[in-house]
Design a protein around this ligand. Structure first.
Ligand code: NAP
Length: 182
Protein backbone atom coordinates (compact mmCIF):
# COMPACT_ATOMS: atom_id res chain seq x y z
CA UNK A 1 0.00 0.00 0.00
CA UNK A 2 1.26 3.47 -0.87
CA UNK A 3 1.89 5.94 1.98
CA UNK A 4 3.75 9.15 2.66
CA UNK A 5 5.06 9.61 6.16
CA UNK A 6 6.80 12.41 8.05
CA UNK A 7 9.22 12.01 10.96
CA UNK A 8 10.48 15.40 12.03
CA UNK A 9 11.51 17.51 15.02
CA UNK A 10 10.10 20.97 15.58
CA UNK A 11 10.60 23.74 18.08
CA UNK A 12 7.72 24.58 20.39
CA UNK A 13 6.79 27.38 17.98
CA UNK A 14 6.77 25.06 14.98
CA UNK A 15 10.12 25.63 13.27
CA UNK A 16 12.33 22.92 11.80
CA UNK A 17 15.42 25.10 11.50
CA UNK A 18 16.34 28.33 13.24
CA UNK A 19 16.69 31.87 11.86
CA UNK A 20 20.16 31.06 10.50
CA UNK A 21 19.01 27.74 9.00
CA UNK A 22 20.80 26.04 11.90
CA UNK A 23 19.92 22.83 13.70
CA UNK A 24 21.97 23.17 16.91
CA UNK A 25 18.76 23.70 18.91
CA UNK A 26 17.92 20.04 18.23
CA UNK A 27 20.55 19.32 20.88
CA UNK A 28 18.95 21.57 23.53
CA UNK A 29 18.58 18.34 25.53
CA UNK A 30 21.35 16.19 24.05
CA UNK A 31 20.29 13.20 26.16
CA UNK A 32 17.59 12.65 23.51
CA UNK A 33 20.35 11.33 21.24
CA UNK A 34 21.16 8.56 23.72
CA UNK A 35 17.68 7.06 23.88
CA UNK A 36 15.40 5.32 21.40
CA UNK A 37 12.97 7.95 20.15
CA UNK A 38 11.49 5.81 17.40
CA UNK A 39 13.64 6.73 14.39
CA UNK A 40 14.81 3.18 13.66
CA UNK A 41 11.29 1.77 13.97
CA UNK A 42 10.06 4.50 11.64
CA UNK A 43 12.80 3.86 9.09
CA UNK A 44 11.93 0.15 9.11
CA UNK A 45 8.44 1.13 7.90
CA UNK A 46 9.57 3.07 4.80
CA UNK A 47 11.06 1.94 1.48
CA UNK A 48 12.73 5.20 0.53
CA UNK A 49 13.22 8.85 1.46
CA UNK A 50 12.14 11.84 -0.56
CA UNK A 51 13.73 15.09 0.58
CA UNK A 52 13.56 18.66 -0.66
CA UNK A 53 16.67 20.22 -2.18
CA UNK A 54 17.32 22.39 0.89
CA UNK A 55 17.26 19.41 3.23
CA UNK A 56 19.55 17.49 0.85
CA UNK A 57 22.02 20.39 0.87
CA UNK A 58 21.93 20.45 4.69
CA UNK A 59 22.68 16.70 4.80
CA UNK A 60 25.51 17.15 2.28
CA UNK A 61 27.08 19.74 4.61
CA UNK A 62 27.04 17.38 7.62
CA UNK A 63 30.58 16.26 8.35
CA UNK A 64 29.50 12.62 8.62
CA UNK A 65 29.30 9.60 6.30
CA UNK A 66 26.12 9.37 4.21
CA UNK A 67 23.53 8.63 6.91
CA UNK A 68 20.91 6.69 4.92
CA UNK A 69 20.69 2.98 4.21
CA UNK A 70 17.47 3.27 2.19
CA UNK A 71 17.06 4.69 -1.30
CA UNK A 72 17.02 8.51 -1.30
CA UNK A 73 15.27 10.74 -3.82
CA UNK A 74 15.95 14.49 -3.94
CA UNK A 75 13.18 16.76 -5.21
CA UNK A 76 14.46 19.76 -7.13
CA UNK A 77 13.23 21.59 -10.19
CA UNK A 78 16.31 23.83 -10.33
CA UNK A 79 19.10 21.23 -10.27
CA UNK A 80 20.10 19.49 -13.50
CA UNK A 81 21.99 16.78 -11.69
CA UNK A 82 23.18 15.95 -8.19
CA UNK A 83 26.79 16.76 -7.30
CA UNK A 84 28.97 13.90 -8.59
CA UNK A 85 29.91 12.65 -5.10
CA UNK A 86 26.23 11.97 -4.40
CA UNK A 87 25.10 10.34 -7.66
CA UNK A 88 25.61 6.84 -6.20
CA UNK A 89 23.73 7.82 -3.03
CA UNK A 90 20.62 9.62 -4.21
CA UNK A 91 18.50 10.23 -7.28
CA UNK A 92 17.11 13.52 -8.56
CA UNK A 93 13.34 13.77 -9.20
CA UNK A 94 11.43 16.67 -10.71
CA UNK A 95 7.89 17.94 -11.12
CA UNK A 96 4.86 18.55 -8.94
CA UNK A 97 4.26 16.47 -5.83
CA UNK A 98 2.03 14.06 -7.76
CA UNK A 99 4.44 13.80 -10.70
CA UNK A 100 7.32 13.07 -8.34
CA UNK A 101 5.28 10.39 -6.57
CA UNK A 102 4.40 8.74 -9.88
CA UNK A 103 8.10 8.56 -10.83
CA UNK A 104 9.04 7.00 -7.48
CA UNK A 105 6.13 4.54 -7.42
CA UNK A 106 7.07 3.42 -10.95
CA UNK A 107 10.45 2.39 -9.53
CA UNK A 108 8.73 0.19 -6.93
CA UNK A 109 9.08 2.39 -3.85
CA UNK A 110 5.71 2.92 -2.19
CA UNK A 111 6.21 3.73 1.49
CA UNK A 112 7.98 7.05 1.53
CA UNK A 113 9.58 9.24 4.19
CA UNK A 114 8.91 12.83 3.12
CA UNK A 115 11.45 15.29 4.54
CA UNK A 116 11.91 19.06 4.33
CA UNK A 117 9.52 21.87 5.24
CA UNK A 118 8.58 23.18 1.80
CA UNK A 119 8.27 19.67 0.41
CA UNK A 120 6.00 18.56 3.28
CA UNK A 121 3.94 21.72 2.83
CA UNK A 122 3.48 21.04 -0.88
CA UNK A 123 2.40 17.46 -0.10
CA UNK A 124 -0.07 18.71 2.53
CA UNK A 125 -1.54 21.16 0.00
CA UNK A 126 -2.36 18.15 -2.19
CA UNK A 127 -3.50 16.08 0.83
CA UNK A 128 -0.72 13.57 0.21
CA UNK A 129 0.55 13.08 3.78
CA UNK A 130 -0.80 9.99 5.59
CA UNK A 131 1.19 10.01 8.80
CA UNK A 132 3.29 12.47 10.82
CA UNK A 133 5.48 11.73 13.83
CA UNK A 134 6.42 15.11 15.28
CA UNK A 135 8.93 15.41 18.10
CA UNK A 136 8.62 18.77 19.86
CA UNK A 137 11.79 20.21 21.35
CA UNK A 138 10.51 22.66 24.02
CA UNK A 139 12.39 25.71 22.81
CA UNK A 140 10.91 28.87 21.29
CA UNK A 141 13.10 29.86 18.33
CA UNK A 142 11.14 32.97 17.43
CA UNK A 143 11.63 32.44 13.72
CA UNK A 144 13.16 30.11 11.16
CA UNK A 145 11.86 27.58 8.66
CA UNK A 146 8.26 26.67 9.49
CA UNK A 147 7.03 23.12 9.25
CA UNK A 148 3.52 24.20 8.26
CA UNK A 149 2.11 26.95 6.05
CA UNK A 150 -1.20 27.94 4.49
CA UNK A 151 -3.44 25.25 3.00
CA UNK A 152 -6.35 25.42 0.59
CA UNK A 153 -8.44 23.26 2.93
CA UNK A 154 -8.20 21.94 6.50
CA UNK A 155 -6.50 18.54 6.78
CA UNK A 156 -7.56 16.43 9.77
CA UNK A 157 -5.40 13.94 11.62
CA UNK A 158 -5.96 11.89 14.73
CA UNK A 159 -3.27 11.36 17.33
CA UNK A 160 -2.68 7.64 17.85
CA UNK A 161 0.24 7.88 20.28
CA UNK A 162 1.94 10.42 22.50
CA UNK A 163 5.23 9.74 24.24
CA UNK A 164 7.14 11.86 26.75
CA UNK A 165 10.91 11.45 26.61
CA UNK A 166 13.21 12.47 29.46
CA UNK A 167 10.30 14.32 31.14
CA UNK A 168 10.91 17.10 28.60
CA UNK A 169 10.24 16.17 24.99
CA UNK A 170 6.85 15.21 23.57
CA UNK A 171 6.41 13.11 20.47
CA UNK A 172 3.00 12.93 18.80
CA UNK A 173 2.09 10.36 16.18
CA UNK A 174 -0.67 11.58 13.87
CA UNK A 175 -2.48 9.69 11.12
CA UNK A 176 -4.69 11.28 8.50
CA UNK A 177 -8.40 10.67 8.82
CA UNK A 178 -10.52 11.34 5.78
CA UNK A 179 -13.80 10.58 7.49
CA UNK A 180 -14.32 12.48 10.74
CA UNK A 181 -16.60 9.66 11.99
CA UNK A 182 -13.62 7.24 12.13
N1 NAP B 1 14.02 19.64 12.32
C1 NAP B 1 14.10 18.62 11.48
O1 NAP B 1 13.84 17.46 11.87
C2 NAP B 1 14.44 18.88 10.04
C3 NAP B 1 14.20 17.88 9.08
C4 NAP B 1 14.48 18.17 7.75
C5 NAP B 1 14.98 19.39 7.38
N2 NAP B 1 15.22 20.33 8.34
C6 NAP B 1 15.73 21.65 7.97
O2 NAP B 1 14.76 22.30 7.16
C7 NAP B 1 15.42 23.11 6.20
C8 NAP B 1 14.98 22.69 4.80
O3 NAP B 1 13.59 22.83 4.67
P1 NAP B 1 12.99 23.82 3.59
O4 NAP B 1 11.55 24.02 3.91
O5 NAP B 1 13.87 25.02 3.51
O6 NAP B 1 13.17 23.08 2.22
P2 NAP B 1 13.00 21.61 1.62
O7 NAP B 1 11.59 21.18 1.65
O8 NAP B 1 14.03 20.69 2.16
O9 NAP B 1 13.44 21.93 0.10
C9 NAP B 1 12.66 22.78 -0.67
C10 NAP B 1 13.10 22.70 -2.11
O10 NAP B 1 12.76 21.42 -2.64
C11 NAP B 1 12.50 21.56 -4.04
N3 NAP B 1 11.21 21.00 -4.43
C12 NAP B 1 11.02 20.18 -5.47
N4 NAP B 1 9.76 19.84 -5.57
C13 NAP B 1 9.11 20.47 -4.60
C14 NAP B 1 7.76 20.51 -4.25
N5 NAP B 1 6.81 19.79 -4.87
N6 NAP B 1 7.42 21.26 -3.19
C15 NAP B 1 8.36 21.98 -2.51
N7 NAP B 1 9.68 21.96 -2.83
C16 NAP B 1 10.04 21.21 -3.88
C17 NAP B 1 12.60 23.04 -4.33
O11 NAP B 1 13.93 23.24 -4.78
P3 NAP B 1 14.28 23.80 -6.24
O12 NAP B 1 14.29 25.28 -6.09
O13 NAP B 1 15.61 23.23 -6.53
O14 NAP B 1 13.19 23.32 -7.17
C18 NAP B 1 12.41 23.70 -2.99
O15 NAP B 1 13.00 24.98 -2.90
C19 NAP B 1 16.91 22.92 6.39
O16 NAP B 1 17.41 23.95 7.20
C20 NAP B 1 16.97 21.60 7.11
O17 NAP B 1 18.12 21.50 7.91
C21 NAP B 1 14.96 20.09 9.65
Amino acid sequence: MKSNKVFIATSLDGYISDKTNGLAWLDTFPEINTIDSGYDDFMARVDALLMGRNTFETVCDFDIPWPYKKQVFVASNSMDRLPSQFTDKAELVKGSANEILNQIHAKGYNKLYIDGGKLIQSFLKEDLIDEMIITIIPILLGGGTALFSSLPNPVIFKCIKTELFLDKIVQNHFVRIKNIEQ
